[in-house]
Design a binder for this molecule. Structure first.
Ligand code: ZN
Length: 498
């Protein structure tokens, strides 16, 4: 087996180098690169992708992975997990007919600009034939990738969040539908008006000063990471020593950049706290999309929207915006950042109503992929469900079924991971609270104690275990939606009664 192991480790080294180069190009394109460099950059990226493809489809690479997979019990735990994941990837790729895969890539690249136009012009009919073909491919994909364990929509869900099936998600969303929908109706029936002070203009440079302060509060290690600006905030990283985040400042919105920085620093803290021994393996970084999002949302919503946090840090914000926030109390501010109202667009939704946007997408995808809903009936289905959950009806498809780009790329199964993130965050919070008083820990002006707990119970594992396994290790149980629903109801209860 030593020969196979040596071959595999040497291929992995090349893959890591190629991944690193791609990461740098991608980062550059989204932050510093001049507009006209995009074409040249894309060409270089395509070459790197092809090199990566050649390594992973090389028959000798496959033979070595097969051999290691057969004897994986003899490998150390991290390598055993890595080989399992790589093996599954190879097996799945081989199941998809090459000509179907190329046709699908071509289809989605043609579909994207049509989608953009359809959304802009509120014209679902324009996008419909493309989406029909995309759904048709995804339905076929579920047949190609089916195993004796999973079939149908489960196959797609598993691509984005391993081991989370419809059985688990159904249980999760059923609890949300029964307990959260009526509660959301009671809260959003009386939305709080936007306070006058929040409608002002907030100097970008002062916002930057506060965002850098927040990053320090969260103990972001600047010797191993940077923060820049980009159109849409994101985090990317390569190992524990190079973690990069971005933000976007809006002068007409005081809190947008603050919460995006808290969110992205949450992602970054995860990356920076992975065990160093995983650098150079394929088990660095986060365990899954849902697990990564659970960390960013933990910091953004549970920590960043709490009274305990702002009791310590609002004075600093008020000092920077002395004139704008002159008459605003900490309580006013905390009330403002926790406003909830029914709205049409998922990406602008608040913490309380957000999961209902995901529930709607989950049900829609499930029915589409399992053949119970056709693309032609999509707008009507969407609007009826939206009205049922939110009590308001989208005035057009731009604000309705056409708002998200995911389906134009064929990314069915991605959305549920967004709701999973918030739910996992609540479950971790309950487990953490058994160990120490989370709110009281913030009084030292940092999130240090929280960071340490998350490092020990989640971050250190990186992607060396499956996300459901990490959740069980950290909280002693499988995903239980009651943690999430109870957290939301407790947080917004005073408003429901108000
Ligand atoms: Zn995120």
């Amino acid at each position: 087996m030593q020969k196979e192991l040596d071959f595999y480790l040497s291929a992995r080294k090349k893959l890591c180098a190629l991944n690193y180069a791609s990461f740098l190009i991608e980062w550059d394109m989204q932050t510093e690169a001049p507009d006209n460099s995009i074409t040249a950059n894309s060409e270089q990226s395509a070459v790197l992708s092809e090199m990566r493809y050649r390594i992973t489809t090389d028959p000798e690479f496959k033979r070595c992975v097969d051999a290691l997979y057969e004897q994986r019990d003899k490998l150390d735990a991290v390598l055993c997990h890595e080989i399992e994941v790589v093996h599954k990837d190879i097996v799945n790729t081989a199941k998809i007919p090459v000509e179907e895969y190329s046709a699908f890539s071509e289809l989605t690249s043609k579909a994207y600009p049509v989608y953009v136009r359809a959304k802009k012009e509120n014209n679902f009919a324009l996008f419909r034939p493309y989406l029909e073909k995309i759904v048709e491919y995804c339905r076929k994909q579920t047949k190609w990738l089916a195993t004796d364990k999973i079939s149908g929509y489960d196959v797609l869900l598993d691509i984005y969040e391993p081991n989370y099936t419809q059985e688990k998600y159904d249980k999760f969303f059923n609890v949300l539908r029964e307990k959260l929908v009526p509660f959301v109706h009671s809260v959003t029936a009386r939305p709080a008006p936007l306070p006058e002070w929040a409608k002002g203009r907030f100097d970008k440079e002062k916002q930057r000063v506060f965002c850098e302060y927040v990053r320090d509060v969260m103990c972001f290690d600047k010797t191993r990471g940077v923060m820049k600006e980009s159109e849409h905030p994101f985090t990317s990283g390569f190992g524990t020593d190079d973690v990069r985040i971005t933000t976007h400042y809006y002068e007409d919105n005081l809190v947008s950049a603050i919460f995006s920085v808290i969110h992205e620093t949450g992602h970054a803290t995860y990356e920076q706290q992975v065990d160093r021994s995983l650098n150079g393996t394929l088990c660095g970084g986060g365990a899954s999309l849902g697990m990564h999002e659970s960390q960013s949302r933990f910091y953004e919503n549970i920590v960043g929207r709490s009274s305990a946090f702002w009791k310590v840090h609002f004075p600093k914000l008020q000092q920077l915006f002395a004139r704008e926030l002159k008459d605003v109390t900490t309580e006013d501010f905390v009330g403002y950042i926790n406003r909830a109202e029914a709205s049409f667009v998922r990406t602008e939704a608040d913490e309380l109503t957000y999961p209902l946007h995901i529930m709607l997408r989950y049900e829609t995808e499930q029915k589409l992929i399992n053949g119970e809903l056709e693309v032609r009936d999509l707008p009507d289905f969407w609007n009826a469900k939206f009205t049922e959950y939110f009590g308001i009806t989208p005035p057009n498809d731009t604000l309705g079924v056409l708002q998200d780009v995911h389906w134009a790329y064929g990314n069915f199964g991605y959305f549920p991971t967004y709701a999973l993130g918030s739910a996992i965050a609540s479950q971790l919070y309950d487990a953490m609270s058994k160990d120490f008083d989370v709110e009281a820990s913030l009084s030292d002006g940092t999130t240090k104690q929280i960071n340490l707990w998350l490092k020990e119970h989640v971050h250190k594992y990186g992607a060396s275990k499956y996300p459901d396994e990490i959740l069980r290790l950290a909280t002693g149980e499988d995903l239980d939606p009651d943690h999430y629903v109870n957290y939301l109801i407790a947080k917004y209860s005073n408003k429901a009664m108000g």
